[in-house]
Design a protein around this ligand. Structure first.
Ligand code: ADP
Ligand code: MG
Length: 498
């Protein structure tokens, strides 16, 4: 007797198949008669695990990777129905390929198979809503300039299969995404996520656009996510764990909203929002001084960095910080305590009215134009090589610069590296950054701070905020706990931690 957890179907060449809902995956057993031993008969290899027994081949697809399942009528004037399952084949390196399997179902099985299909869909969307309404902002200028083609080829088919409602807008100038988000009527009710098909520049604009809305508090609850199409795709790498476009698309379909800290930055008379990083020194030079190497994609950062380490560049500035955790053991303890706290899931019922009426939070430490608060520590940085502050662990897929960064601990992680360190050691530290192993280096400073100020002492240079070029003048940053919302693959950052 076949129950709701299992159904019988046939491959397109009429081999019998049993589909079963296991706890974490859909199991597909292909049965073969003794004469029909053509194992290659079913071309769409759906498996994550595939094994061969004498006459049964098993395949499994974890529910997370299932995008849609539906039962439709197959051929006119027959009793046959078609069970179609759209899913992603995900390899160990977190690269995904969109795929579809179709099975024939006898008309007499219809009722049972419909119940089975709905049960399968419930499992596929256990933690998230179906048919998300997405505002996709495509930066045709990002990365190597292929965002539009890549989106149409690799992402849209997955969104279509998932019955997502997609509104696409191409950005036409720098600042366009910010203008759109600031001024779009009813944004909060219209979309389940703002999807930035770009590098980190568009999410930066989106968060700033949200901050300018009258009801910023409510607007910040619309989740932001990224489809990696730029040269810096840190938002995606941190939330999804990979910068593979189909995998990130699947994670958008299946992702869950989580609150994240955002930072305010004041410079001159202006106030901005920054979600990812602030840099001055070698890293900023590499972000911004390598525009002429755009064709290289992500590797332009690495190449630029090695060039600067070798030339022993230094960037004098004054740094004042409000330090929360100073030693590496304190930082590690704080990280582990935060991780062991079981963060509540994002709760939509929290006082929506109070949130709606809120605008941007006020600044606790004033602006860059106020005196530095007395209890801040001043760090001598006349020979600084790298000033790098980050709110997320990975700064690119090959740079786990802030392994202790957490989504909502209320701190920004700060790394300072001095140019007095021998060049080979700097290179060794930077090589270790790939896996976050520089964290234990005694040659660097790694703090958790909740506010800081930087005053550059050179006449000219680069300041990079979320990878965007800012004026080379003093700025001050403070953290706003849990102000923003992002769409995350699992509810956590994907970095391994410290
Ligand atoms: P990358 O990772 O390659 O830097 P980003 O998505 O971060 O890609 O975008 C780089 C810059 O392009 C950002 O400053 C963004 O504001 C800007 N931008 C967006 N749309 C356009 C456009 N149509 N023309 C020129 N620049 C644009
Ligand atoms: Mg960028």
């Amino acid at each position: 007797m076949v129950g709701i957890n299992s159904t019988v179907a046939y491959t397109l060449d009429h081999k019998r198949v049993v589909l079963t809902l296991e706890e974490r995956f859909l199991l597909i057993d292909y049965e073969y008669s003794s004469s029909g031993s053509t194992l290659g008969c079913f071309s769409s290899v759906a498996c994550i695990n595939s094994s061969f027994h004498s006459s049964i081949r098993h395949e499994s697809i974890v529910y997370y990777n299932i995008i849609w399942a539906e039962l439709a009528s197959a051929r006119a004037q027959t009793q046959l129905l078609c069970l179609r399952i759209d899913y992603c084949i995900v390899k160990n390196d977190l690269k995904a390929t969109f795929s579809r399997s179709s099975f024939l179902v006898d008309g007499s099985e219809e009722q049972n198979c419909r119940a089975f299909t709905e049960a399968l869909m419930n499992r596929a969307y256990r933690n998230t809503i179906r048919c998300k309404r997405l505002l996709v902002l495509i930066n045709p200028f990002g990365g190597q300039g292929k965002a539009t083609d890549r989106f149409l080829k690799l992402s849209l088919p997955i969104f279509d299969a998932a019955r997502c409602h997609v509104d696409q807008i191409k950005t036409e100038y720098k600042g366009h995404a910010m203008d759109l988000i600031e001024n779009m009527e009813g944004l909060e009710d219209r979309y389940d996520a703002i999807v930035c098909c770009s590098g980190d520049g568009i999410p930066h604009e989106v968060f700033n656009g949200l901050s300018k809305r009258k009801n910023a508090g409510l607007a910040f609850r619309v989740p932001v996510c990224q489809l990696p199409c730029g040269s810096g795709n840190a938002l995606c790498v941190n939330l999804v764990g990979s910068n593979d476009l189909p995998f990130a698309t699947l994670s958008t379909v299946k992702g869950v909203p989580i609150p994240v800290d955002l930072c305010s930055l004041t410079q001159g008379d202006k106030r901005y929002v920054t979600f990812l990083s602030q840099a001055l020194g070698m890293i900023a030079d590499c972000d911004l001084g390598t525009e002429n190497m755009r064709w290289m994609g992500e590797s332009r950062f690495t190449v630029g960095l090695v060039m600067r380490v070798l030339s022993r560049a230094k960037y004098p500035c004054e740094v004042s910080v409000r330090i929360a955790h100073e030693s590496r053991s304190q930082v590690r303890r704080a990280y582990q305590e935060d991780k062991s706290k079981n963060h509540e899931r994002y709760d939509d019922s929290v006082d929506a009215e109070a949130v709606a009426s809120r605008s941007l939070p006020s600044l606790r430490y004033g602006t860059i134009n106020d005196p530095v608060p007395e209890d801040w520590k001043i760090i001598n940085t006349s020979t600084l090589a790298i000033f790098y502050a980050g709110k997320m662990p990975w700064m690119s897929s090959d740079a786990l610069f802030f392994p202790a960064a957490l989504p909502r601990d209320g701190y920004v992680d700060l790394v300072l590296i001095d140019s007095a360190i021998p060049r080979l050691e700097v290179l060794s530290i930077l090589l270790n950054v790939q896996e976050g192993k520089h964290f234990d280096s005694k040659q660097i400073h790694y703090y958790k701070v909740d506010a800081y100020r930087v005053t550059p002492k050179a006449h000219s240079g680069f300041i990079s905020i979320d990878g965007e070029k800012f004026d080379f003048t003093p700025f001050q940053v403070e953290v706003h706990p849990s102000l923003g919302t992002v769409l995350s693959r699992t509810g956590f950052y994907q970095a391994p931690g410290v």
